[in-house]
Design a protein around this ligand. Structure first.
Ligand SMILES: *Cc1c(COP(=O)(O)O)cnc(C)c1O
Ligand code: SF4
Length: 341
């Protein structure tokens, strides 16, 4: 009897754009979603941070309720530590402003060019090295990727183009299709890479249309996901990853080594094994860039070297991420063992 009262419409397709819109919230709302109030916290909050809070519903659903030390919560909640004023911390730690041959392109490494394809993200990671970036002036203009694509097409040294941002998967399908199509038509590109945090933030973004777009480009596609902890990869995220694998996409992961989030052998091991179970190989473990407002996430070089060694002792080599640091002026990321004195 009851069943007859219910409408029989099929479940609505997940609306990823609604998830993006719902991601902006106040600290009080964010805490409420995870069963906490400010009074429960053993740390202070940063009032009105200039890098706004953004945490989409799926990501928040993976936070353990009532745990102020949850490793996902700490990535999105602005703690008072952000206000610490340390002169060693910079607003453009990688000196990116000096490596821009044309608006929207970052070219530091000879064979790879990075496109700042989008100026926004699905989630705001408090440790982000681009948290002070004025995307307005750097990002590819809407509908205006032609100049950047022409520059890449004229330079056979560029073998791979990396879409980054911001998060390129925040772009609507038509913009993404136009940009990817133009890049795929460049004969000397061997592959196209996308760096994105969306797979864990808004897994519903991996729609059949997106999967079809990537499968139909006629160039190998590599997606480097950005996740930092095993808890970011639940069944929903794993299913999104499986859809991409089904389209022939090569899946890698990059993380940032973060105090309180993934600064233990146990956490990084569990993450590597969870990634592997979802068809993703660990690629990079980045040491934190010295960006203002994120110093409380820093894990020092000596400790990082110790973690990397212990991981090598206990995981297959292909599941140990390369621990690297970005050193301005170098032609590639620097393995941290090269920095040990
Ligand atoms: C990290 C990075 C790349 C990609 O480097 P890989 O080592 O190939 O992953 C390319 N361009 C810039 C500017 C980068 O920061
Ligand atoms: S998704 Fe990437 S670019 Fe965006 S805030 Fe997080 S780390 Fe920064």
């Amino acid at each position: 009897m009851l069943a007859r009262v219910l409408p029989l419409a099929p479940p609505a397709a997940p609306d990823w754009q609604a998830d993006y819109r719902a991601a902006r919230l106040t600290a009080a709302d964010l805490l409420d979603r995870v069963g906490l109030t400010a009074a429960d916290l053993p740390y202070g909050l940063a009032p009105a941070p200039d890098f706004a809070l953004k945490a989409p519903p799926h990501f928040l659903s993976l936070v353990r309720r009532g745990d102020p030390h949850d490793p996902l919560l700490l990535q999105v909640l602005a703690r008072a530590d952000e206000l610490v004023d340390d002169p060693a911390l910079l607003t453009d730690p990688l000196d990116e402003a000096s490596f821009t041959p044309a608006r929207g392109i970052l070219r530091k490494y000879g064979s790879r060019a990075l496109l700042l394809a989008a100026g926004s993200c699905a989630i705001h990671c408090r440790y982000c090295f681009r948290r002070h970036t004025d995307y307005g002036a750097m990002v590819l203009p809407v509908g205006g990727h032609a100049d950047a694509v022409a520059l890449l097409a004229a330079d056979p040294a560029v073998e791979e183009v990396i879409l980054s941002g911001g998060d390129p998967l925040t772009l609507a399908d038509d913009r993404l299709a136009a940009l990817l199509g133009a890049l795929a038509a460049i004969p000397h590109l061997a592959m196209i890479r996308i760096h994105s945090r969306t797979l864990t933030a808004v897994p519903a973004r991996v729609t059949p249309a997106l999967v079809a777009l990537l499968a139909g480009l006629g160039k190998p596609v590599v997606i480097v996901a950005h996740t930092n902890h095993a808890n970011e990869i639940d069944g929903v995220v794993a299913a999104a990853l499986a859809r991409l694998r089904g389209a022939g996409v090569t899946l890698l992961n990059q993380s940032v080594l973060l105090r309180g989030v993934n600064d233990s052998v146990a956490a990084i091991r569990a993450h590597a094994l969870r990634l592997f179970a979802s068809g993703v190989l660990p690629y990079y473990m980045h040491l934190l860039d010295p960006v203002a407002g994120a110093g409380h996430f820093d894990v020092g070089l000596t400790e990082a070297l110790g973690l990397e060694q212990q991981l090598r002792d206990t995981l297959p080599g292909y599941l140990v991420p390369r621990f690297v640091r970005e050193v301005p002026g170098r032609l590639a990321k620097t393995p941290i063992w090269q920095l040990a004195g």
